[in-house]
Design a protein around this ligand. Sequence first.
Ligand SMILES: Cc1cc2nc3c(=O)[nH]c(=O)nc-3n(C[C@H](O)[C@H](O)[C@H](O)COP(=O)(O)OP(=O)(O)OC[C@H]3O[C@@H](n4cnc5c(N)ncnc54)[C@H](O)[C@@H]3O)c2cc1C
Length: 549
Amino acid sequence: MKRWNGWGDETVEYPLPGSAAKYLNSIVGSGAHIEDCTLDQALKTIPKSRLPASHYFTTEPEDRLRHARGQSLPDWIALHSNRIGCYPDGVAYPTRTEEVQEILSFAQKNRVRVIPYGGGSSVVGHINPLTGEPPVLTVDLSRLNRVLEVDPTSQTAVCEAGILGPELESQLNQQGFTFGHFPQSFEYSSLGGWIATRSCGQQSYHYGRIEDHFLGGHLETFSGHLDLPVFPASAAGPDLKHLVLGSEGRMGILTQATVRVFALPESETFRAIFFPDWESGVSAVREISQSDVRVSMLRLSDPIETETTLVLSGKDILVGWARRGLGWIGIGKERCLLVYGVTGSRPEAARAAHQVVSISTRHHGFPVDFFIGNMWRKSRFLTPYLRNTLWEYGYALDTLETAMPWKNVGSAACTIRDALREGLANQGEQVLAFVHLSHIYQTGASFYVTYLFRRCKDPEACLERWWTLKDLASRLILEMGGTISHQHGVGQDHAQYLPSEKGTLGIRLIQSAFDVFDPDGLLNPGKLVCSPSREVHHELIGQSPGILG
Ligand SMILES: Cc1cc2nc3c(=O)[nH]c(=O)nc-3n(C[C@H](O)[C@H](O)[C@H](O)COP(=O)(O)OP(=O)(O)OC[C@H]3O[C@@H](n4cnc5c(N)ncnc54)[C@H](O)[C@@H]3O)c2cc1C
């Protein structure tokens, strides 16, 4: 079963190696043991549902609790301290498009706010109910989970939108295809959620972003349904798919999507190269991206992330040898690890790997081949479980991301990382912050910053620490010409920064699309275009009973 207040399956643990605990202690200090709320305690404080009785949904407290929050750090703070503030009043689990239609009619008739829910893996507050009237109904789409049709000739598949990553891959793999979309949240995120948030998978360099996959579909809205027909390409005016992509549940509920699929690759491997420093690594990765090399993934870690990855592997003896060996060839403390993937036919994959090595060597890179690449592959969906362990050790961990042109990206990544590191200095706290280039394009790249700080006993103080860092980084991202999100979307936590990217007219245009599909403002209100995140979180936390109820 899925954890109610953390990441992933309850039976999966990611223990912290002893050397990693020491490493964290030496950088940010020891974490305190903080008592968290139990499931029983949390269930006791859920207010009565405000929905009229109906067979369309359940009002069971546990369903409502399990759909109250996603995976952002404010969500974790709220769940662990029982300062959730606001719950859905009911949860519906439709199994057919017609049921979704009926649920929307019920909601419209009874003036009920509706939150579409895929896997609940949002990290920016997409699926959180907000305070106020009218009551809130969360529509969990996990039972719309079938691949309905695969067209092997056109290489497309019609899928129900609530299908989660593993189920989608398994149903397609049985027919010799892959979808090729592997966000790190793959286990617990859905096709509809990926489309509604403009998600990006780890091998996007080969398979494309979700907007490259999404060809058409069926959207149920308060103003009727919108069918998006499938064409290989079209010049028939603005493409309405792009309104649905990134609409974050504000325009309607996507029940079906037609997507592009790929024949299962003959070969797929992940390999690694060490660079002596960040600048050489960035130059090599840029050259690869501009030389039409057919890699599927390029992920370049800065020196701190490289060191943290080695320490977290728990393979101390091997890592010791690797450090000494790399030192002998002049790759010292500033070393940066590039993990790259090659996917395709065997000759194509071999050619791509050869080109990567040849370009990297010119930039002083040293290939170490499969061992580290395999380690990365094995733990690619396991790493998020570490956040559960770190939380218990008294550490809060969060991530943020952006994309910008090549001319800024290398230095901006370091500036933002360093600002975060010093971001709590006035409270006498050190932050561990590191960064990697994650998705690479011909014209620029995205980078992904991970930051870790000590939790405080007082959840409001912990939230304030998070807010200080989040706001600092978000402002810097905008100042340096980055987008407020390359892949996580806007939700609640990025909404206040969106106008500086879209402009006043742009925001009005987005709002006017919402008004057409949702004239009464009942679909996931307060997300994407909304009020400041800090105020919303503090309001919710302030109204809550806390652990003891
Ligand atoms: C550990 C972890 C790792 C992550 N890694 C990545 C990553 O590598 N790449 C990446 O892009 N993101 C990543 N994310 C973020 C998150 O997984 C994505 O935003 C994902 O696309 C959300 O999908 P979901 O099904 O969980 O959607 P939810 O969280 O349930 O919903 C997200 C938004 O989509 C809307 N929505 C969901 N389904 C529908 C539907 N059928 N119709 C209309 N609206 C809908 C919801 O209303 C909401 O606004 C990660 C998150 C976590 C916790």
